[in-house]
Ligand binder design. Structure first.
Ligand code: ATP
Length: 600
């Protein structure tokens, strides 16, 4: 808890140290000032009795009354000011935490983001993270308030009768034990149910997300999904209810314990008053200070337990951002000329995905091949044969488990990561759909392009749209693709894909990688894209993954993959002459097209 609390206060300190100090001082003041109300009220009572007995002075009574008035008025103003500052501070903190999160996440590698351990942490952090970090900061402010309050009340109680301090401390002692025990249990239940919670959210999302909702209706999945939600949610609720019940019973026992010491304190003070040891005002002061002390200690211990709980959740938030990326750029890494397509060599590369526990199977086995600068390469193979994984290694999303990838003879691991990734333009199968204007969603392909004038950028952007066939449906480049907003529109899947291809053309990278870029695109546009690719990517390296053999046959080199191995490699002509798997697959597809054409 201590380290996590320090981390969260570190945030507060970095955000606005002046405000942090002001808030601590306000809390100390408001924690102590309440006793001024008690003491001035007690002295008013004593002054009235003295005046009645003929020994008091009106001046003293007025002074105590003014003091009482001020002891209410000043905290009111200070409290309002504190509330206002606290609101500002919280807003600044929330923004700062969000920015920190963005910063850290932006530095992570894709391999880490893909891992289920990261996804689990992310889920916990999203659920409790920011709130718990802010909760720990609140605890810090409350601590200053409570410390001031406890010290003042102990001083008053001690000055009246030190036994009052002993009783008050003994009465409050078990609170910590019970609070800690049961809040820990509730935390444990929540923590271990995180996977169930993910599953519940996933099942509920089937009713909320359009694509899934369509399946739910057509396949009549409602009952089946509902049962899963109900079963898991009820199980979770029952566990929480059981823990809360135990908590409630132990708190009732604790209240009896408190009453025992309260009676002892009342008996003690009444005896003192009767024997003349303290005046009536003193009796009042003792009683109000004693009860206030217990409430403060009780509240503080409760807040320690709550803070401990918050620190457990916040720890997961910090864990998330303390993750070190698996793929790191080498310090003083080599910088290559990203404008020129490089020589790429795979040298006996094997790969298995990093395992959360145990070992995952080999996905790539002993791959050796070369891509010459400017070559057009096609990779084909059945689902799961390792095509996308090969690309992930080339992009250095993962490093090979065995073997090396060489770029212009330099090990990819020795090249500056940013520099290498700037040389690449990649379009994966599950490309993102940006909720931007059409112009923006093409230009994000080359966002850092500062030297180019807006006019040239615009010309290049329109050319990219033409190459990809996106210009067919673009009427207004400033059209927002976000139908949740007024005036926004949505596109068809194929149109989205054309826009993504336009982004790649616009990026104009030395090495362009297209992982099934035309899966949702009609045959005419597909033909146009590939003709453009051949014509306009002259001199650039293009790596194309496709299931359609008709689109790959013009490639300089075709790689056929099977179970993570390269089984055939060569030009279309060479592989047809070889008359093995590629030829068989090609002929099979060609025959189907022919039959379809004849049918038509
Ligand atoms: N992130 C991952 N973690 C663990 N295993 C993975 C991961 N991604 C893919 N795999 C496994 O690696 C193997 C190869 O997957 P890959 O996506 O490279 O195949 P592919 O040839 O591109 O398939 P497709 O044609 O369906 O796109 C598959 O068995 C898959 O289950």
């Amino acid at each position: 808890m201590f380290t996590i609390a320090i981390k969260s206060i570190g945030f507060a300190w970095r955000t606005n140290r002046k405000l942090l100090i002001i808030l601590i001082l306000i809390n100390i003041f408001s924690g102590a000032v309440v006793y001024l109300q008690f003491t001035s009220f007690a002295s008013i009572v004593d002054e009235i009795i003295k005046i009645k007995q003929g020994t008091g002075k009106t001046g003293d009574l007025v002074r105590s009354s003014v003091l009482l008035g001020l002891s209410f008025l000043v905290p009111l103003f200070v409290g309002n000011l504190g509330g206002h500052y606290r609101m500002i501070f919280r807003m600044q903190q929330t923004l700062n935490l969000d920015l920190y999160k963005i910063d850290r996440q932006g530095k992570l590698d894709i391999g880490t983001i893909e891992s289920s351990s990261y996804q689990n942490l992310l889920r916990s952090a999203q659920e409790w993270g920011t709130g718990s970090v802010l909760g720990l900061q609140d605890f810090f402010f409350n601590s200053s308030h409570n410390f001031a309050s406890i010290i003042t009340s102990i001083t008053i109680l001690w000055s009246l009768n030190y036994w009052l301090v002993v009783f008050a401390v003994l009465a409050a002692a078990p609170v910590y034990f019970f609070y800690n025990k049961y809040s820990m249990e509730v935390f444990r239940i929540r923590r271990f149910s995180i996977n169930d919670q993910r599953l519940i959210r996933n099942r509920i999302s089937h009713f909320e997300e359009l694509q899934k909702a369509v399946d739910v209706i057509l396949l009549k999945l409602q009952g089946w999904l509902k049962a899963q939600v109900k079963e898991r949610k009820e199980d979770f609720n029952n566990k929480i209810i059981r823990a809360e019940r135990k908590k409630a019973i132990s708190y009732s026992i604790m209240s009896l314990w408190y009453l025992l010491f309260l009676f002892a304190a009342i008996a003690l003070m009444t005896r003192e008053a009767l024997s003349g040891g303290i005046a009536v005002g003193g009796l009042l002061l003792a009683f109000s200070t004693y009860t206030r002390f217990y409430q403060t200690v009780n509240g503080y211990i409760e807040s320690i337990s709550v803070a401990e709980e918050a620190s457990r959740y916040a720890a997961r938030w910090f864990d998330l951002f303390d993750i070190t990326p698996r793929i790191v750029s080498k310090e003083n890494g080599v910088v290559i000329d990203i404008k020129q397509p490089p020589l790429i060599e795979f040298d006996r590369v094997s790969f298995r995905y990093p395992a959360e526990e145990g070992e995952t199977p080999w996905v790539l086995r002993d791959l050796s091949f070369t891509i010459k600068p400017g070559e057009k390469i096609a990779i084909v193979g059945v689902n799961g044969s390792g095509k996308t994984t090969l690309i992930k290694l080339l992009c250095r999303i993962y490093d090979p488990t065995e073997g090396n990838i060489l770029i212009n003879g330099i090990n990819l691991k020795d090249i500056k990561l940013d520099n290498w990734q700037s040389a690449l333009g990649i379009l994966f199968q599950d490309f993102p759909v940006y909720n931007l204007t059409i112009r923006e969603s093409i230009s994000v392909g080359r966002i850092e392009d500062n030297g180019v004038s807006q006019y040239d950028k615009d010309a290049q952007l329109r050319q990219a749209a033409r190459y990809s066939g996106a210009d067919d449906f673009i009427k207004d480049y400033d059209q927002l693709i976000w139908k949740d907003f007024a005036g926004g529109i949505d596109l068809s899947k194929g149109q989205h894909q054309r826009l993504a291809v336009a982004r790649m053309f616009y990026r104009n990278a030395a090495v362009t990688i297209l992982d099934e870029p035309t899966a949702s695109i009609d045959a005419v546009t597909e033909e146009r894209i590939f003709t453009t690719l051949e014509k306009n990517m002259e001199g650039k390296t293009v790596i194309l993954i496709s299931h359609r053999f008709s689109t790959v046959k013009n490639a300089d080199k075709i790689i056929l993959m099977e179970h993570g191995r390269i089984t055939e490699m060569g030009s279309h002509k060479e592989l047809i002459q070889l008359d093995k798997q590629y030829a068989a697959l090609y002929n099979m597809q060609a025959k189907r097209y022919l039959e379809e054409t004849e049918d038509a």
